[in-house]
Design a protein around this ligand. Structure first.
Ligand code: NAD
Length: 383
């Protein structure tokens, strides 16, 4: 059995996503499970090169995992021949510049979303990467979650008949940082630092809607900054300049209407932090991160509106759990494995920079719809 080592720069590895999801739960987990095995028996073996701004943090993090390859100098890491992939999990604003540098260095590139801060920049990156012949990918982790995989299985199996609508509820309370520290980095709440829930979440909604239900043709949206002042990591109060909630309607192919609330200012009375209810003529489903429940038309109750009486039925109990019927691994890891197969063996991988640019476009148009108070059509982006 041949082992094929592949050097991967992990830039922004000290951050929440870079460390937990990408280094620990993906690249190191891939090594723990023996690498990624190709059909010819070769195993791809990721060799992470940790890149960041803070030497002390990098050294400490590397030692914690028995790693030795780390640097604060991105340019020298990009100059190495044994490094074939550049991965970016930095704050969004730093991404474009670093990716351009990686394209110039001829590296394959995988990145967290959003790909860039605006559509023009994202599209330009997609074109530059194409011209340089490098293989690109953008994280679309939600597609690999067990709940959404089961939902996709229902769609593919024709469970819904004609799909009418999708209702998404995403969010939880992010503490303001005064009497309890916030559980998300403060840059998320400053527009000038690339923050905002639309920029953060619409790229996710774009690929979820398109992969499960169809092309997004138009968006209407109301946004709000419900909490106007927050307290940062250093205990300093700062004005929140970015949207912390978005109430959007997306119009999809086939007349499907998707309505998705995204909020960091909502308290959870749901089973999971995100849930999508899909209603079709033949049946309905509610999918979260892990679970997916269904109700077929044959077992649909016939409630009659009568506010004078207490509810006569236990509506929640009338849904059936969809069984896993397969093993679901961590979504970030599954996508990393697919990307590594794409780079090393040329296997298909459709979540590329152009797909990422479409997510950025939806965020940009969502913000425009909110700012101008209008419904905005979504033109098709081409490379
Ligand atoms: N796929 C997902 O579900 C998901 C979830 C959360 C965040 N993200 C994305 O991941 C990226 C990182 O988000 P995070 O929550 O890990 O953020 P974070 O603040 O925890 O980490 C940011 C990283 O960027 C580095 N960095 C580089 N230049 C910086 C600068 N000038 N200022 C501040 N930090 C700088 C930091 O050192 C750190 O390593 C963002 O682009 C975000 O959109 C994706």
């Amino acid at each position: 059995m041949t082992r094929r080592s592949i050097g991967i720069i992990v830039n922004g590895v000290t951050g929440r996503m870079g460390y937990r999801q990408h280094l620990v739960r993906s690249l190191l987990a891939i090594r723990e499970s023996g690498g990624v095995t190709l059909t010819d028996g070769t195993t791809i073996w990721p060799e992470p090169v940790l890149v960041g701004r803070n030497e002390t943090k990098l050294r400490e993090l590397a030692e914690r995992h028995g790693l030795t390859d780390w640097t604060t100098d991105l340019t020298s890491a990009l100059a190495r021949d044994d490094v074939e992939i550049y991965f970016d999990a930095q704050v969004t604003q730093q991404r474009e510049k670093a990716i351009r540098q990686a394209i110039e260095a001829g590296k394959h590139i995988y990145t967290e979303k959003p790909l860039a801060e605006d559509t023009a920049a994202a599209l330009d990156l997609a074109r530059a990467a194409d011209a340089a012949g490098v293989r690109t990918g953008v994280v679309q982790d939600k597609l690999f979650l067990p709940g959404l995989r089961k939902l996709k299985r229902l769609v593919d199996g024709g469970f819904f008949g004609q799909i009418l609508s999708v209702r998404g509820e995403f969010g939880y309370w992010v503490f303001e940082g005064d009497w309890q520290p916030a559980q998300r980095p403060s840059w998320n709440y400053r527009a000038e630092d690339g923050g905002g829930i639309v920029v953060d979440m619409f790229p996710h909604w774009h690929y979820v809607l398109e992969e499960l239900f169809g092309t997004v043709n138009a968006v209407s949206c109301v946004i709000a900054t419900h909490v106007p002042e927050r307290v940062d990591e250093a205990g300093q109060a700062y004005p929140a300049t970015a949207d912390d909630a978005a109430y959007a309607i997306f119009e999809l192919d086939g007349g499907v209407i998707a309505q998705i609330n995204s909020s960091w200012t909502v308290r959870v009375y749901r089973d999971e932090l995100v849930e999508f209810q899909v209603d079709g003529v033949e049946g309905s489903a509610i999918a979260g991160l892990r679970s997916c429940r269904v109700q077929h038309r044959a077992v649909t109750p016939k409630p009659v509106w009568n506010p004078d009486l207490p509810a006569t039925e236990d509506f929640r109990a009338q849904w059936a759990e969809v069984p896993d019927n397969e093993e679901f691994d961590n979504g970030f890891k599954v996508q990393w494995e697919a990307y590594l197969r794409h780079v090393v063996a040329g296997e298909p991988f459709r979540w590329d920079f152009l797909a990422g640019a479409r997510g950025v476009q939806l965020a940009e148009l969502g913000l425009r719809a909110a700012r101008e108070g209008v419904r905005v059509e979504v033109p098709e982006l081409r490379s």
